[in-house]
Design a binder for this molecule. Sequence first.
Ligand code: SF4
Length: 305
Amino acid sequence: MKTVFPNYYPDFQCIAGACRHSCCIGWEIDIDEETCQCYQNIPGGFGDRLRENISRETIPHFILGEGERCPFLNRDNLCDIILELGENALCQICTDHPRFRNFYTDFTEVGLGLCCEAAAEIILKQTEPFSLIGMENFNLPEEEAMLFSLREHLFELVQNRTLPLLERIQNIQSQYLIAFPKKTNREWAELFLSLDRLEEKWGELLVGLSQKDTLPPMPKEWDIPMEQLLCYFLYRHLPGGLDDGKYRERILFSLLGVFMIAAICRLVCADGFTMENLVEIARMYSSEIEYSEENTAALLEWLKQ
Ligand code: SF4
């Protein structure tokens, strides 16, 4: 099966111990059956430790320790399974993360998920326009062909750098007859505060947003990172329309991601519009919203027009 991936995909490398928001903290990690079986057969003390730290209730998963840390994340924030048994001993989720996959008839698309700070930095620092490596004239079923031609056209509109980003977004709305909802900062904040939340900081930022009537404008040089962000959301989320037919909602969901990340950046810009702020806010938005099936589903429903 052929694989298609974004131009920046090969640049990814996990920063492991240097990661400030390790994916091994706060997430329940399910273990696939094959890996679970392999862990049953590991001899010695480390094998015992593995078996003691796996729950077999419902889907097998690691039992999180204090501070919701994976029990194999050591004090240096390195993975003891890799150190003891090598990378090949990781379960499928740990091997894949932060990569995501979308499957089609003749090929698979992979990408880097924005909830990982190393991936977010790569995506947001790209200056070359987003492009896909490995995309060719596949012989596609009608609905897949429709999806890719729609997405390709959206990428063209988003990446028309002769126009300011705001105008490109207006072009998307007028060409596809969709209207981005008009709300006050308080109303946006209330909507997001009504969703499930992971980090306290995210709630604090939303409360801060609800107290601001206006926000400073985004500097023009931020058009390119925001363009990359919009391409990321469209690349990742538009294909879900093959399952639920919600193409318009998914375009709006992509615009909403860019809008909210920009709004929170504008809120905290007293420290300056720094790339570091943008990466952190994009990472947080991604973990809170697009990595939560419930929150994504709630927003897609809310965005129904
Ligand atoms: S979040 Fe990303 S950089 Fe951090 S530990 Fe996980 S994969 Fe590595």
